[in-house]
Design a protein around this ligand. Structure first.
Ligand code: ZN
Length: 264
């Protein structure tokens, strides 16, 4: 078991909760040490100096003591800034919370994230800049699959290796089927061209260079469906933030329907 004193690290505050009478536990995703739980003494006392740096969806450069096991500690923070839109918009907040939950589920508490730290920062930054949160979330979901041990072949037909033409997605074959081989899986997803195109595209797009993205509502709903299937059936994750997000999406759909007088 190791301890690193005077460690300087970047971090994103994931959540916090009250602890004892005056203290708090704050979970932070750090660049070098992965997800860590920090004990913040006196965080609930009036006049606590580091208050702004331990708010959810805050990023900062922290100095403190990192313990491999058990709680870690923060002594100071600088360059504190907050994802403003994510903090103000409950739906964006739900997406961002789900993304952090996914990354946390993929890496656990004891592992450094490597390139997934900048990728996570980029995903939250993109949402905060106003890019479509649903699509950004799909990118994270697609690109994290390998970390969950699910590696669908999205490059070529899993039977014959064909890379061009029409494809569908098969869960049981773990990837794409070309038109010639659709017959091998009657339970294939029956996706349209556009959805397959975006599954392939988003699975390899560089989150760090994502400047704009625009998908039809119908395509977005299909992507949501495909990823729900894969995550429910193949990954087998059951995350609270995902349930919350689903409820939010259902709610906003109902509001839209009643607003525009659309009946189901
Ligand atoms: Zn084929």
């Amino acid at each position: 078991m190791g301890t690193t004193r005077m460690a300087e690290f970047k971090g994103i505050v994931m959540f916090r909760r009250d602890y004892r009478e005056r203290d708090m536990l704050v979970k932070i995703l750090t660049d070098h040490y992965g997800f860590k739980m920090f004990f913040i003494r006196g965080a609930r006392k009036r006049g606590f100096k580091m208050g702004a740096s331990i708010l959810p969806f805050t990023t900062a450069i922290y100095t403190g003591t990192i313990n491999d096991e058990g709680l870690s500690f923060i002594d100071a923070a600088k360059d504190v800034s907050q994802y403003q839109k994510i903090c103000q918009d409950i739906l964006l907040n739900a997406y961002a919370t789900y993304i952090l939950g996914l990354v946390s589920a993929a890496f656990g508490d004891a592992r450094a994230l490597g390139r997934w730290y900048p990728k996570t920062v980029a995903a939250l930054g993109a949402i905060d800049r106003g890019l479509d949160a649903g699509v950004v979330t799909n990118i994270v979901e697609l690109q994290l699959l390998a970390n969950f041990g699910v590696k669908p072949n999205l490059k070529r037909c899993v039977i014959c290796g064909q890379t061009q033409g029409e494809f569908d997605f098969s869960e049981s074959y773990g990837g794409l089927l070309c038109r010639k081989h659709w017959s091998v899986d009657t339970n294939r997803m029956h996706l349209d061209k556009r959805t397959v195109y975006f599954i392939r595209f988003l699975s390899s797009v560089d989150l760090l260079r994502l400047n704009s993205i625009s998908l039809k509502e119908e395509t977005k709903q299909k992507l949501r469906y495909v990823l729900d299937q894969i995550y429910n059936n193949d990954v087998g994750l059951n995350l609270k933030p995902k349930h919350f997000l689903d409820e939010m999406l259902k709610g906003s759909q109902n509001i839209l329907n009643s607003h525009f007088g659309i009946d189901k």
